[in-house]
Write a protein that binds this ligand. Sequence first.
Ligand SMILES: Cc1cc2nc3c(=O)[nH]c(=O)nc-3n(C[C@H](O)[C@H](O)[C@H](O)COP(=O)(O)OP(=O)(O)OC[C@H]3O[C@@H](n4cnc5c(N)ncnc54)[C@H](O)[C@@H]3O)c2cc1C
Length: 433
Amino acid sequence: MWDFSTETDFQAKLDWMERFVREECEPLDLLFPHGGDPYDVNNKASRAILAPLQEQVKAQGLWACHLGPELGGPGYGQLALGLMNEIIGRSYWAPTVFGTAAPDTGNAEILAMYGTDEQKQRYLQPLLDGTIVSCFSMTEPQAGSDPKEFICSARRDGDSWVIDGEKWFSSNARYASFFIVMAVTDPNAAPYERMSMIVVPAETPGIEIIRNVSVLGERDDLDEGIHGYVRYHQVRVPFDAMLGGPGEGFKVAQSRLGGGRVHHAMRTVGVCRRAFDMMNERALSRTTQGETLAKKQSVQQVIADSWIQLEQFRLLVLQTAWKIDHLPHGAARTDIAMCKVQMSRVMHDIIQRTLHMHGSLGTTLETPLAHWWASVPQLALADGPTEVHQMTVAKQVLRGYKPAEGLFPSEHVPTRLSAAREKHSAALQEFGL
Ligand SMILES: Cc1cc2nc3c(=O)[nH]c(=O)nc-3n(C[C@H](O)[C@H](O)[C@H](O)COP(=O)(O)OP(=O)(O)OC[C@H]3O[C@@H](n4cnc5c(N)ncnc54)[C@H](O)[C@@H]3O)c2cc1C
């Protein structure tokens, strides 16, 4: 059965969240607006406001909703999480308030899946409690989309791994208590078995943050960047610091990336909805040539196109979540790639139209629009660029097809007509056709 309704009890929780995010989380976005602020556990002022909010979330049973009960989450499933993340996505701080901020969510998942008891106690529990943050250190300066090109290595030396190399765009490196580093441990192995995942405490000697790279909208001179360009100089960690087995780096990475992508897509629905709300308010508020913008046919087309696009995307995301909940593990892989491709496009189109409808004001920093607009290119790259996910979608789709058997396509009308004539030749002859 297909059912698009929400249970009354759960709707009450969503209603609570809607109010809470608007009234309690959005003010944090204004007070502490920089990219790294939600991850800076040493900022006493923001943490003083944050802690009681997190307690309220926990009291509502809404903390860390991406996790199943075995890890202290309510385990509502991905579809429910989709509805919740649409609300959480409205606010930059809300994921931290609700214990669902990336990349900590994905890092927690792989620690839970592959970590030893000691790793779980040392890293996973404080991560789940929200008292520390972490860093996923995979991309390298010379290679991102294709991990087969990575060269940062970890060699075995007695009872240790010694890591040597550079990583690029290691988000939150400056705030992290530990790094999960993907390193080449066997250069001669098969391409997808060359690498392993290693957990490195931040205080380990030899970790150098060359610089914290800023993105569009951030300022280097104010040291606002949060994406670490990291150099690992002969960084030595114990042999059991590995997450999963030697050569399992790809497998471990894959198990965190799918969830991360679909959660981003869910939150993107929320940002787009907030922008769409702004679009409609503007259309009804602004008057030109004696009537509101809402009366102009071109503005109505923009509103209609935006709503259709957003609703289509939302249904794709929720259907993907439903598949993750109900189908065998991995069955939603193509759907997740579809969400990943589409999210930056929908966000681009809706933010661009809303910004434009706000005129000069839209281009300023006096609404959230310019900031959202500047984040679109990142959305198309983080967790892999659009093209790589398009390839995933196309490859999966093509598996359901085979080449045409003859010279012409299987839909070739003369060929099909001749077959139809042959099939019904007796009747056609009888009636002289
Ligand atoms: C906001 C943000 C946060 C990030 N956080 C992290 C993090 O915490 N940890 C981490 O390890 N990494 C992180 N990254 C890095 C991210 O994973 C990489 O940016 C991404 O994998 C792409 O790699 P690249 O930047 O090296 O681009 P490249 O691999 O150089 O790709 C550049 C372009 O080449 C084209 N291209 C690439 N491959 C193909 C292909 N197969 N077919 C056709 N065209 C192709 C695409 O147009 C692509 O955009 C983050 C990135 C962003 C933007």
